[in-house]
Design a protein around this ligand. Sequence first.
Ligand code: MG
Ligand code: ZN
Length: 222
Amino acid sequence: MEIKVGTNILAANDAIAAENREAFASHRCFAVNLVSSPGAGKTALLERTIEALHARLSLGVIEGDIATSLDAERIRRHGVPAVQINTGGGCHLDAYMVSRALAALALASLDVVFIENVGNLVCPAEFDLGEAAKIAVISVAEGDDKPLKYPVLFREARAVVINKIDLLPYTDCDLARLRDTALSINPALAVFEVSCRTGEGLETWYRWLADSAREWASSITP
Ligand code: MG
Ligand code: ZN
């Protein structure tokens, strides 16, 4: 006898993810799923990105955490709507949680929705939320071997944001090796080397994100 629990859970998730994807498409709302380990700087990247883009794009955020609404509060301080999901111990967001959060966002008025996943490099890579793009965020303090150890995320991602490059002198991270291993897993990855603390390198990320949102929206047939 064969028990395919994992497969069934993912199939049920994928069905709801397809509905979410429909909802995003019908409102021409570009959905971005940010995945990283805890402390890589997803929320800091969001705060910087919001400050740079909210004058020309209408933004919304779904925050996923095991506990607290600290990150949603950080986002709201920038004048952007944020819905907090607490997974109550769950180590990833699933499509159902996101579908419930969507009900609390005025999708019709938004150009981009960021979904900040629970800090974890494993299952967030496998659970489709209905996003248009999955983005891996990694900090140089985590070491340069992460793409080799967590290849699924880097295979699924459209881009990788390498954060905290201001800390490079204090780590053993080989930035070129980190970039090259990520690209060896997925040659199509867009790679950004940034510091959310100093702002270095972020301009190219903002441009890529705004361009990707526009290209995606224009690819949707009404
Ligand atoms: Mg966070
Ligand atoms: Zn999980």
